[in-house]
Design a protein around this ligand. Structure first.
Ligand SMILES: Nc1nc2c(c(=O)[nH]1)N[C@H]1C(S)=C(S)[C@@H](COP(=O)(O)O)O[C@H]1N2
Ligand SMILES: [Mo]
Length: 361
């Protein structure tokens, strides 16, 4: 437990700053319980006093706003949305197996979770401030100072104005119908559905409309460098800046290394397509990719959430590799192996889900 209020069996990669994911197989619910939701932090939790806290909205706007939580709640229509958050570093561990990535959290497949978020639409707050024609990007600044940044600075991000004014982007003060926990950004955080988690800034203090993307360290840190680049020497323009999440899937059951009896075996998991895409199909193989069946796939609750799936397979006797691979609604597919997508900071590993099990005759 502790101040982050998580279940005892979280896989804790770091306790300060707190970085932890739920144990393998835990993400079976459509909405993840608060104590199971992964936590990703670049600095210590900041001290926030909700009473004196104000959200400042400034930059290329007609009117600068200073809003208390109470004013936000009273002046704008309330919105609730179920949305999945996925860290760009999810499944870095599989990239590390192919080639080492020093100094980065070795996330397994659990740096992804789904919550019912409540708050107001960012679009409504921006409309109240009045965006100037030159306001092409909306920048967010949190209150936590990260020593991982060069130089140390508060965590921040920006998204294009077109995304920021889409109705799904929320300023949230509640998660699963409870007050937003400190660990997840209380009193207020941004939720940018369908985009990497790093753009959903917690402990939000300031929103700035500007002509260019933010120069915050983390905006360009979350980018894909070419394999030969040195991440410590790379400049802001050297990588592909990450935004929308690529089609991805995970196997929940059976677990890695499971010993199974012969006969039909139920395999379950989830898949997630970022941005406005949905998951269109999931193929599951019982035999390392020789044959595939189509999984039964849940309909999307909305475009912003993962979709769970299940398939009944007949496994060959002995050790075998289970594979799952998803297709999204634009017919984009997952790459076959971590080797294809390896990059020096270890982001966006969306290669096929694979795990070995043994079937006893
Ligand atoms: N202020 C602040 N916001 C932040 C971060 C952070 O360290 N500080 N981490 C980001 C990253 S990389 C992710 S993946 C998500 C994680 O959100 P969670 O901890 O609520 O799961 O928050 C994002 N917002
Ligand atoms: Mo992240």
């Amino acid at each position: 437990m502790g101040i982050w209020d998580k279940r005892d069996d979280m896989v804790v990669h770091e306790s300060e700053p707190y970085n932890a994911e739920p144990p393998p197989g835990a993400l079976v619910d459509q909405v993840t319980p608060l104590d199971t939701f992964y936590g990703r932090n670049h600095g210590s939790f900041p001290q926030m006093d909700t009473g004196s806290w104000r959200l400042r909205v400034d930059g290329l706007v007609d009117r600068t706003l200073e809003l208390s939580l109470d004013e936000l709640q009273r002046r704008f229509p309330g919105q609730t949305l179920v949305a999945t958050l996925q860290c760009a570093g999810n499944r870095r561990a599989d990239l590390i197996e192919f080639r080492d990535i020093p100094g980065q959290v070795p996330w397994g497949p659990g740096a992804i979770s789904t919550a019912r978020w409540s708050g107001v639409a960012l679009a409504d707050v921006l409309a109240e401030a009045g965006l100037s024609a030159e306001a092409a990007h909306i920048a967010f600044a949190g209150a936590d100072v990260s020593q991982d940044a060069d130089p140390p600075q508060p965590f921040g991000a920006s998204i294009p104005a077109a995304k920021a004014t889409s109705s799904e982007v929320l300023l949230a003060w509640a998660m699963n119908d409870q007050a937003l926990p400190t660990a997840h950004g209380a009193p207020l955080r941004v939720v940018v559905p369908g985009w990497i988690g790093a753009r959903s800034v917690k402990w939000l203090q300031r929103i700035t409309a500007q002509a260019e993307p933010t120069d915050n360290y983390f905006q360009t840190e979350y980018s894909i460098l070419p394999p030969e680049a040195d991440p410590h020497k790379a400049g802001p323009g050297d990588g592909i800046i990450l935004g929308p999440v690529a089609i991805h899937c995970a196997i929940l059951r059976p677990g890695k290394g499971a010993q199974l009896p012969t006969g039909p075996t139920e395999v379950t998991g989830f898949a997630f397509a970022g941005d406005e895409r949905t998951v269109a199909r999931v193929d599951v193989s019982p035999d390392g990719g020789s044959t595939y069946v189509h999984a039964e796939l849940d309909a999307p609750e909305n475009p912003w959430t993962w979709q769970h799936w299940r398939a009944t397979l007949t496994l060959p006797p002995g050790e075998t590799e289970l594979i799952a691979r998803a297709w999204d609604s634009t017919a984009a597919v997952q790459p076959e192996s971590p080797a294809t997508v390896w990059n020096p900071r270890g982001y966006a590993n969306n290669s096929w889900a694979r795990l070995h099990v043994t079937c006893h005759a």
